[in-house]
Design a binder for this molecule. Structure first.
Ligand code: ATP
Length: 514
């Protein structure tokens, strides 16, 4: 645990030191669970958004984009169920006065059981070596089987109690499991209560006429209320999807995990409209497609897993999360939800307008079913950033800090250095930049010894460093150094564009999804 916490602290301080993420309003002591993205963070975020958008909208001829407003008519949130049911179960510790999400306390308890399983697996893998069969071990080792069953039973009971709104049983479960406040160790808990996560605001110039509004807690509803506008104006045929990225706001009860859980964050959501009855098929299709998108970034298959929901939201008939191994364990990164016709059906009722699709083949009208994929851009940022940050032992007994970002997402693709600040080397370096900058984000650095400049760019995640030396003036060649292997090659200046392009080109990364 201590190592995990330590690693996570390193991630947070590295993000600040290198201009990726800053605490919002820092000079006023910050605003809790709100963050700003710095010069590098803004680029990384933009690149992740683009990687998602291209995979969704550009590569699927039946998916189109949308950019709906954050402010929406307040009845939308009544229809969507958010006014009545967008609650989290909260519990306070009477001694420490700390507030928690009751479900998260229980899930963290199960997370500890999972960690024990992983430990057993690692021990056995060491003992058995090459002959180790993980699946078989998980299915037959009695201790591990017991752990798995214990975890499942806890989650099942919690899911059922939350489903029935039996908050007394949720508290009883916390007490039976002997869960203590992580801050103080106290087990003196209040009752569990429901807490609505939406932020309210007002629209209108005078107090008497002001209209109560909510800041949207998800981007999805903007898609549902525009379903017919897009379908008609784009002459879309079912099955088709509408994708959008944008800010969402939730008054989270506990927000202590950096950009994992924020009060203002960005979502990348896609709603896929389908014929009723086909939702099971599409659910599997989208689970598969989304996992392939994640794996295309090369961050390690072992770092992802599916988690099927026991407790389904009021709108869903099936739901799974793609979980990622964050520095604090496996946690939800993306949700894939089969939302049935709940949303469109409900907006029909509340608005009095028909939200139906006319199928020319069957000559029938129907309210389409919806399959949703929903991922937090900031959470994806944290997944990429934390997974990329490594301390590497080098041959000469030193270490280097490298941010091994997938090259396609790196904020800066290449840094260009003159070996020395004279003899015309800076001018040639600037000429190279002038040529490359139309295709890639590149930067110039002439400060300190070249070795230190390399380290700076390693820590910044820059995939290439290009050094201009005296030989460059004679034969128009430079050295290009690769971040991950630290290999250096002497190449012609005219080859640089092709070398960089080969590693950062979005097309070749996205092709890995096929
Ligand atoms: P959680 O259980 O972690 O609260 P959720 O199930 O409420 O998440 P969804 O409503 O399914 O989340 O939202 C879809 C995605 O939006 C999540 O998978 C996550 O990546 C992202 N997300 C949700 N809440 C936050 C938040 N407070 N901060 C950052 N990202 C978030």
């Amino acid at each position: 645990m201590a190592k995990q916490e330590d690693d996570f602290k390193k991630v947070i301080s590295h993000a600040k030191e290198y201009g990726y993420v800053f605490q919002s309003s820092e000079i006023y002591d910050g605003l809790s669970a709100v963050y700003d993205y710095g010069q590098n963070g803004a680029e990384l975020k933009k690149n992740i958004r683009e990687y998602w958008w291209k995979a969704m909208v550009q590569l699927n001829d039946n998916i189109v984009g949308l950019d709906s407003a954050i402010f929406m008519h307040p009845t939308i949130w009544k229809a969507s169920g958010h006014v009545d049911a967008f609650n989290d179960p909260l519990i306070d510790n009477k001694d420490s006065k700390k507030r928690y999400r009751a479900d998260v306390l229980i899930e963290d308890y199960v997370g500890k059981i999972d960690a024990k399983i992983e430990k057993e697996v690692a021990k056995a893998a060491k003992r058995f070596g090459d002959t180790f069969d993980k699946e078989q071990f998980l299915a037959t080792n009695q201790r591990v089987v017991d752990y798995q069953e214990q975890g499942k039973a806890i989650l099942k009971r919690m899911g059922q109690s939350l489903e029935k709104e039996d908050l007394e049983d949720v508290k009883a479960l916390i007490e039976e499991l002997d869960i203590a406040c992580p801050m103080s160790g106290s087990k003196n808990w209040t009752d569990v209560k429901q807490f609505n996560l939406m932020f309210g605001t007002k629209l209108g110039a005078s107090a008497e006429n002001a209209m109560d509004l909510y800041l949207r807690p998800e981007t999805a509803q903007g898609i549902f209320v525009n379903f017919l506008n897009v379908q008609k104006s784009g002459r879309m045929k079912i099955p088709f999807g509408i994708a959008q990225t944008g800010k969402a706001f939730r008054n989270e009860i506990v927000a202590r995990q950096f950009i994992f859980r924020m009060r203002e964050f960005e979502q990348m959501e896609m709603q896929f409209f389908i014929q009723p009855g086909t939702q099971k098929e599409w659910y599997e299709v989208w689970k598969d497609k989304r996992m392939k998108w994640h794996l295309s970034l090369g961050m390690g298959q072992d770092n992802y897993r599916f988690h099927n929901h026991e407790k389904l939201a009021h709108y869903a008939d099936a739901a799974a999360d793609i979980e990622f191994r964050f520095p604090f364990g496996f946690k939800e990164l993306e949700g894939i939800h089969s939302r049935t016709d709940f949303d469109l059906g409900s907006h029909e009722k509340f608005s009095g307008k028909k939200l139906q699709y006319f199928d020319y083949e069957t000559n029938k009208n129907y309210v389409p079913y919806v399959l949703e994929t929903s991922i937090g851009l900031d959470r994806m940022f944290l997944a990429v950033f934390s997974n990329s940050l490594v301390e590497e032992e080098l041959d000469n007994n030193t270490t280097r800090t490298v941010l091994k970002l997938p090259a396609v997402l790196a904020p800066t693709k290449a840094a260009v250095f003159p070996l020395v600040k004279k003899d015309g080397l800076p001018e040639l370096a600037q000429e190279i930049i002038e040529d490359l900058k139309w295709d890639f984000n590149v930067l110039y650095d002439e400060k300190d010894a070249v070795g230190r400049r390399y380290r700076r760019q390693d820590a910044n995640g820059t995939p290439f460093c290009i050094t201009v030396d005296h030989q460059s003036l004679e034969d128009n060649t430079v050295t290009i150094r690769h971040r991950d292997t630290m290999e250096q090659q002497r190449v012609a200046i005219t080859e640089l564009k092709a070398i960089i392009h080969k590693e950062v080109d979005m097309k070749s990364w996205l092709r890995r999804m096929e």
